[in-house]
Design a protein around this ligand. Structure first.
Ligand code: KE4
Length: 454
């Protein structure tokens, strides 16, 4: 549909040697159709594909690039680190510095362990929660993704409080049976699960703002409810902040909603574009991890100085510049502009957003969980995506993902993408109703009450 000849040629040869031509499934454009663009380079909020076409980027590598691509200060910090050697398999000062920054930003995180991906961080946090509580069951939420962790690649059983079934080949039934998959934003389902399995549940893992069913914010009081339920049943509460960490605020969702989890998983932004994950929490829990405790976890490149340098510079700039109010304003402007256009073109759509994450769902139902998210018209999303791509706007190539903004995006970029959306909505089958009474931005109804704090 929209890829140039060089991307097409590259994708052909890529598929010979790389599974599906990619190193992560979502990059293959299977959710939206067409050939994935091969990217040559990126700077700020712009990406250049191998056919010489520029795009305004709202995928930002699925979240890490909150300062925009190739930020000069991050590049300089990485260049300095590389010249000193890239990895020693020995402790370095930069690991301490980045861990201190994370702990200062997230008071619930007294100690940190770095990994090389968010998946590793989540896998390790689950293992640690099971060891600390001496229990096996894990509660996760339908539609949430926490990396390709075997025991979380699980779908809901028949009833809310029934045991999970594998959601990927290669995951043994026995491993899935310790995972309970509950609907997000449903306190009743959590009460049922704890009522039935309470003293066997090691932890509840939750995306404090879901981003992997598209953006779905927690309903008012929901996170506090999970905190109270976990405490009551002596289970651990794990916030998977791989997306929300340093995205929703300097620190993350927990600093916005005022709920302290027992363990936090991080990734993406803390690596500044390099492979970094982390998990952390109270010392009494973390000291169970080797070498101070019996929970084994390790990694050749965990905490390597180059990735640490990128993370340190990124968090330093985020703290110094505090781009969060600017990002929230731009994102709200974009969200309201899309809502207005949906009304004007007579296309039912929902825009869920908070801070600098946003998802457009083509449905007339408010999207508050996986059930309502999957009711959206994904064919319309695919047309919307390609309509934008043809105009040089790169949204995430999948409905059930978040679009991201960076401090490199400007009001000009929002104006431009709204103009592109005007055209793209006609390709979705919308007809402009010039006489449509479009309420002013301030009056556009929000599909659901965003809870105080988020
Ligand atoms: P990684 O292993 O990809 O670094 O992180 C896994 C992960 C953990 N937790 C949450 C909430 C996540 O969103 C992710 C990964 N996010 C996806 C996009 N939703 C990464 C993109 C991809 O899989 O290629």
């Amino acid at each position: 549909m929209t890829a140039g000849p060089k991307s097409k040629r590259l994708f052909e040869s890529a598929q010979e040697v790389l599974v599906g031509g990619v190193n992560s499934p979502v990059r293959a454009f299977r959710a939206v159709g067409g050939t994935p663009l091969f990217i040559q380079k990126a700077k700020g909020c712009r990406m250049l594909d191998v056919d010489g076409r520029w795009y305004t980027d709202f995928c930002l590598s699925w979240g890490p690039m909150i300062l925009g691509h190739a930020h000069p200060k991050v590049v300089m910090a990485v260049q300095k680190a590389i010249r000193e050697g890239t990895t020693f398999g020995a402790p370095t000062e930069r690991e301490v510095q980045l861990a201190q920054k994370i702990s200062e930003a997230l008071p619930s995180v007294q100690q940190v362990r770095f990994t090389s991906s968010g998946t590793e961080a989540v896998m390790s946090a689950i293992r640690l929660a099971r060891a600390f509580t001496r229990r096996n069951k894990v509660v996760k939420f339908i539609g949430s993704y926490h990396g390709h962790v075997d025991q979380l690649l699980v779908k809901a059983g028949s009833g809310a409080a029934t045991l999970g079934i594998p959601d990927s080949e290669g995951v043994p039934d026995s491993w899935a049976q310790d995972t309970l998959c509950l609907p997000y934003n449903s306190p009743k389902a959590v009460e049922e699960a704890f009522g039935r399995w309470g003293n066997e549940i090691a932890c509840v893992i939750v995306e404090p703002v879901a981003a992997n069913m598209g953006v779905v914010v927690p309903q008012a009081g929901y996170l506090k409810f999970l905190r109270d339920m976990a405490l009551k049943h002596k289970a651990l509460l794990i916030f998977d902040e791989v997306v929300t960490g340093f995205r929703l605020a300097y620190g993350g969702a927990q600093t916005v909603c005022g709920v302290d989890p027992d363990l936090t998983c991080l990734g993406k932004i803390i690596g500044g574009g390099f492979p970094v994950g982390a998990y952390g929490g109270r010392k009494e829990i973390m000291e169970k991890v080797a070498p101070t405790g019996p929970v084994y976890q390790a990694g050749t490149l965990s905490g390597n100085p180059v990735a640490m340098a990128a993370g340190i510079e990124t968090l330093t700039l985020l703290k110094e510049k505090d781009p969060y109010p600017h990002l929230a304003r731009l994102t709200t402007w974009l969200a309201n502009g899309i809502r207005e256009r949906g009304l004007r073109y007579g296309i039912p759509l929902q825009v869920n957003h908070t801070a600098s994450v946003l998802t457009v769902f083509f449905t007339d139902r408010p999207v508050v969980d996986w059930e309502s998210a999957k009711s959206s018209n994904t064919d319309r999303f695919a047309s919307f995506f390609h309509g934008l791509l043809r105009q040089g706007v790169y949204f995430p190539p999948a409905q059930f993902e978040a679009a991201f903004l960076s401090s490199a995006h400007t009001p000009y970029d929002i104006e431009r993408v709204l103009q592109a959306i005007d055209k793209s909505l006609t390709s979705v089958g919308g007809r402009k109703h010039p006489e449509a009474k479009v309420p002013s931005q301030s009056k556009i109804a929000r599909p659901h009450k965003v809870p105080a704090g988020l």
